[in-house]
Design a protein around this ligand. Structure first.
Ligand SMILES: Cc1cc2nc3c(=O)[nH]c(=O)nc-3n(C[C@H](O)[C@H](O)[C@H](O)COP(=O)(O)OP(=O)(O)OC[C@H]3O[C@@H](n4cnc5c(N)ncnc54)[C@H](O)[C@@H]3O)c2cc1C
Length: 378
């Protein structure tokens, strides 16, 4: 412990994990400084759908963590006057096989999840009028999902945490060196702390590159689209291909048959790791995605073919007349290759890495910080 009355913590990175650890450390009694190399957070956390998505988490620790994270999001957004919407979610089932998987999922998961329901075609069309009139066979409705506008929320939370919790944020300040109890920054300053938490996301070459090189990780790159505003208001949406993308759907009786069906019927989507997620913001624009390309290096060139495969699939499950795309971007996140959703490790005395929720950092971040903080403060 440094010789001061209040213990000190340094958090590196102001993405969702950096914010979550800053909050938990502050609530545990630490004086907290957050260092972010950009003028505003610009990593995974502002490029995502803003979906807090418990439905995708397997029952047990991860579902509990997601539900707690959801509650924390709602509290913060309400207190800080940040836009959020408790939309729930609709997973479209667009053929007989998907309907069967939907039934299997509901039967297995109903005891563990609140507000879960199988909707028939008519009910689906009434909750989601833009569902494809012919192809829709039904849907899974879940009432637990919420949406935030990530690019705003992640940039507004620091103001709220600074004002309400007294957390100090240092933007435009890259941490260039980390040693036990001490960091150096691009502003040529040295700061000391009892605990240092590295929440650097997919930036694996700056701090402790040898630790990242030895870790079971890859980086996923995703193509993302945003539409012009549409006239309807909709809940968060996913569709059949999502059965292959979330831990919660694993090992359903028809999973293997469905995987084969997808390989045969949607080979391009399967190849590019495409499934459909759609979130709507307060101006009724849709954030649409996504594809998954894995590897340690990604070229910066976004393929129009991949975007078109996403749109083609969208048109099979939804009817959105005159859909017009207003923005395109890519996002990346660090993914663990050992099947886990948490990488929390002390790499030197008082220096911790917090990473690993992959495609679910918005859904798991606040809960992960709460769950792991006891390992830091003993
Ligand atoms: C396209 C896309 C869609 C997604 N959709 C969802 C979703 O809807 N729901 C969901 O739950 N999850 C989603 N995810 C996953 C989620 O966004 C990530 O899990 C999460 O944002 C990771 O947060 P992070 O804080 O670890 O990383 P980041 O958000 O990348 O933050 C790391 C920060 O550290 C800073 N940094 C790095 N090195 C230094 C240094 N040396 N000094 C100072 N600062 C440094 C970076 O500038 C960056 O701001 C999505 C991800 C992507 C890419």
């Amino acid at each position: 412990m440094l010789p001061s009355s209040q213990p000190k913590a340094i958090v590196i990175g102001a993405g969702i994990l950096g914010l979550a650890y800053a909050r938990s450390l502050k609530l545990a009694g630490f004086s907290v400084d957050v260092f972010e190399r950009s003028a505003k957070a610009s990593g995974s956390s502002i490029r995502n759908f803003g979906m807090v998505w418990p439905i995708g988490q397997p029952k047990g620790t991860m579902l509990d963590r997601a539900m707690r994270t959801r509650d924390i999001w709602i509290n913060i957004c309400k207190s800080a006057n940040i836009w959020h919407k408790q939309t729930g979610s609709v997973q479209l089932l667009s053929n007989i096989l998907e309907l069967e998987l939907g039934k299997e999922f509901i039967e297995r998961e109903n005891p563990h999840r609140p507000k879960l329901q199988l909707l028939n075609k008519e009910q689906t069309l009434s909750v989601l009028p833009i569902a494809h009139k012919q192809n829709t066979h039904g849907s899974i409705y879940s009432g637990t999902e919420i949406i935030v506008e990530a690019r705003e929320a992640i940039r507004l939370i620091p103001e709220y945490f600074a004002e309400q919790l007294g957390i100090r944020f240092h933007f435009n300040t890259t941490v260039t060196e980390v040693q036990p109890h001490r960091i150096k920054t691009s502003t040529q300053k040295t700061y000391e702390a009892d605990i240092i938490v590295i929440c650097s996301g997919y930036e694996i070459n700056l701090l402790f590159p040898e630790v990242f090189a030895a870790a079971p990780i890859t980086i996923s790159q995703l193509n993302m689209l945003r539409s012009a505003r549409i006239s309807q208001t909709i809940p968060a949406v996913c569709a059949g291909l999502s059965f292959l993308h979330y831990g919660s759907y694993e090992k359903l009786p028809s999973s293997a048959i469905y995987k084969k069906w997808v390989t045969d019927n949607y080979p391009a989507q399967h190849f590019h790791g495409i499934h459909l997620l759609i979130s709507q913001n307060y101006t009724n624009q849709l954030t649409i995605g996504d594809s998954h390309d894995y590897g340690q290096h990604h070229d910066p060139f976004q393929s129009n073919d991949v975007d078109q495969h996403i749109i083609d699939y969208l048109n099979d499950v939804l009817d959105i007349p005159n859909l017009s795309i207003a923005q395109r971007w890519t996002g990346q996140y660090l993914k663990l290759t050992n099947g886990k959703s948490e990488w929390f490790e002390q790499i030197e005395k008082g220096i911790f890495i917090a990473n690993g929720p992959g495609g679910a950092g918005m859904t798991l971040g606040f809960g992960m910080a709460e769950d792991t903080i006891s390992q830091m403060i003993g």
